[in-house]
Design a protein around this ligand. Structure first.
Ligand SMILES: [Zn+2]
Length: 431
C-alpha cells in the first residue's frame, strides 16, 4: 500500500475516513509512505489499530515529521469528539474519535526508515526505492519494481523548482506505469518575487511601530518565511526586528529540518554555532504558554509566526485577538485559506471576527502573499514528466479535484502528445 492518508476538507470526503477499509488491514504485506502530510499518513493509526501487522517504510525525514503530526492528529480527533459530546452535535452517542493519541504513538513504532536510492524488498517479489521529491522534508517519489512485472512510479506530492528550502524534485525514473498528482493542474503559481512583497509588508508595519502576526502551517512554511526574513535582513531590505516562532510543533519541525540540512537546498547552510539553519538576527522560539502570553501582551514591534495557518486553532488565535484591534499591526497570510475558516474571513475583509467566544474588531491591516506553495504547478508537473524521456505505457493523474485533473489531462495531451488517464476513487486498473 502506497500512502495511508486521511480524507480532509468537505464533510462528504471526511466521512470516507469512517468507511470500512477496502481489504482487511491484516492482509497487507507492507505500507510505503511518500511524505508526512496528513492526507498521506493520517490513516496509519487507524490501520494499525485495526490489525495491520507489517512494516511501514518511509524516509528518515518522514519518520521525524510523523512523530509530530500523528500524535497531534490523535489529540485533535479526541478533542473534536469531546466537543461533539459536550454540545451534543454528533449523531453518534457517544461520539468517538477516529483514533486517539495512544493509537498514533503505537503507529509510530511500525515506521521503518529507509534512505533515498536504497532499493529494498518490502514483500515477496516487490521492491521499492525512494527518490527526493522536493515537497517537504523527507518527501519522496517511489519506484516499485515487481519481479517479472511492470515497473510503477508513484509520484507522491511533487515539489517545486528553484525554491529556497528544498532541492528540486529529482529526475523521474522511467517506468511502465506512472502516477502523478494534479493538485494545481490548472494553474501557474505567482512568480517568485525574491521576497519583495514580504519586504513591503514588514517595512510598512515597522514604519507604524506595529506588530506583524503571520499565521503559518507549522511544517515547511515556517522554514520558508524565516529564510526570506533572514535574507531580507542580510540584504538590508528590512529593519532587523525580533522574530518569534510561537508554536511547539513548528519549533520541533525547525529542529528536524536543521538536523537534516544535507537534504535541503545546497544554498542553505547554517552559520556556525546556530541551532537552526533558519535563524534570523534576533530570533527566538517560544516554549512555555507563559512566554507566549507575555509575547501576546507585548506591544513592541516584532514579527510573530504562529500556527495554525488558517487561524482555526492554536496559539495564533491569542496573537490575533490581541493584534487585530490595533491599526498599527498587520496580519499576513501566506497560505491557502479554506472556505469557512477565520483566515478566509479575514482575507475576505470582515470588520469583526469571533475568537474564543468574543467578537474582535479588525482594525489592523490584513495582507496575503500567494507565492509560497509546496506543490508543483502545471508547468512544473510538465517539466518533471518531461524528465521521463519517453511516454510511459500508462500515465494516471491522481490527487486532484476533477477540474484541475481534467485541465492537466488536456495540457499533457497538447504539449507531450501523451494520453493520460484519470482514474476514479476505488477504481481497479489492470497492469
Ligand atoms: Zn503533501
Amino acid at each position: 500500500m502506497i500512502d495511508c492518508g486521511l480524507f480532509q476538507g468537505l464533510k462528504e470526503l471526511r466521512l470516507r475516513n469512517w468507511d470500512e477499509f477496502p481489504v482487511p488491514p491484516g492482509s497487507l504485506d507492507a505500507v510505503v509512505l511518500t511524505h508526512a502530510h496528513l492526507d498521506h499518513v493520517g490513516y496509519l493509526p487507524r490501520l494499525t489499530a485495526n490489525g495491520y501487522k507489517g512494516r511501514v517504510f518511509c524516509t528518515p525525514g518522514t519518520k521525524d515529521l510523523c512523530q509530530l503530526v500523528l500524535p497531534d492528529a490523535g489529540r485533535i480527533q479526541e478533542e473534536d469528539a469531546r466537543q461533539a459530546n459536550k454540545h451534543g452535535y454528533s449523531k453518534h452517542d457517544p461520539a468517538l474519535p477516529l483514533f486517539g493519541e495512544s493509537d498514533a504513538l503505537r503507529a509510530l513504532t511500525y515506521l521503518q526508515p529507509l534512505g533515498f536510492e536504497r532499493p529494498i524488498d518490502v514483500a515477496p517479489g516487490i521492491s521499492i526505492e525512494f527518490h527526493p521529491a522536493g515537497h517537504l522534508l523527507g518527501s519522496a517519489f517511489v519506484v516499485v519494481r515487481l519481479s517479472d512485472g511492470p515497473r510503477i512510479l508513484f509520484g507522491g506530492d511533487l515539489g517545486r523548482y528553484n525554491r529556497p528550502i528544498l532541492p528540486d524534485p529529482s529526475v523521474a525514473i522511467a517506468a511502465d506505469v506512472v502516477l502523478v498528482e494534479s493538485t494545481y493542474g490548472d494553474r501557474d503559481h505567482q512568480a517568485d518575487d525574491s521576497g519583495a512583497q514580504l519586504a513591503v509588508v514588514i517595512r510598512k508595519t515597522a514604519g507604524r511601530h506595529g506588530k506583524l502576526v503571520i499565521p503559518a502551517f507549522a511544517i515547511g512554511r515556517v522554514e520558508e518565511l524565516l529564510y526570506w526574513v533572514r535574507r531580507l535582513e542580510a540584504e538590508h531590505r528590512i529593519p532587523v526586528l525580533p522574530v518569534y516562532v510561537d508554536s511547539p510543533m513548528a519549533t520541533d519541525a525547525l529542529r528536524y529540518y536543521s538536523a537534516r540540512v544535507a537534504e535541503l537546498d545546497p544554498g542553505l547552510r547554517p552559520t556556525s554555532g546556530q541551532v537552526y539553519a533558519f535563524a534570523t538576527t534576533r530570533f527566538q522560539t517560544i516554549a512555555s504558554p507563559q512566554q507566549s502570553k507575555e509575547l501576546t501582551a507585548s506591544r513592541r514591534p516584532a514579527v510573530v509566526i504562529s500556527s495554525s495557518g488558517m487561524a482555526t486553532g492554536g496559539r495564533v488565535l491569542h496573537h490575533l485577538a490581541a493584534a487585530l484591534p490595533d491599526e498599527k499591526n498587520t496580519v499576513l497570510f501566506v497560505g491557502y485559506q479554506a472556505v469557512g475558516t477565520r483566515g478566509r474571513q479575514l482575507v475576505d475583509g470582515v470588520r469583526e471576527v469571533r475568537i474564543h467566544g468574543r467578537d474582535v474588531p479588525v482594525n489592523a491591516s490584513v495582507a496575503k502573499i500567494d507565492s509560497m506553495s509546496a506543490h508543483a504547478d502545471r508547468g512544473e508537473i510538465l517539466r518533471w514528466l518531461g524528465t521521463l524521456g519517453s511516454a510511459p505505457r500508462r500515465l494516471c493523474l491522481v490527487h486532484g479535484e476533477q477540474g484541475p485533473m481534467d485541465a492537466l489531462k488536456t495540457l499533457i495531451h497538447d504539449r507531450l502528445s501523451w494520453a493520460p488517464y484519470t482514474p476514479q476513487h476505488g477504481e481497479t486498473i489492470e497492469l
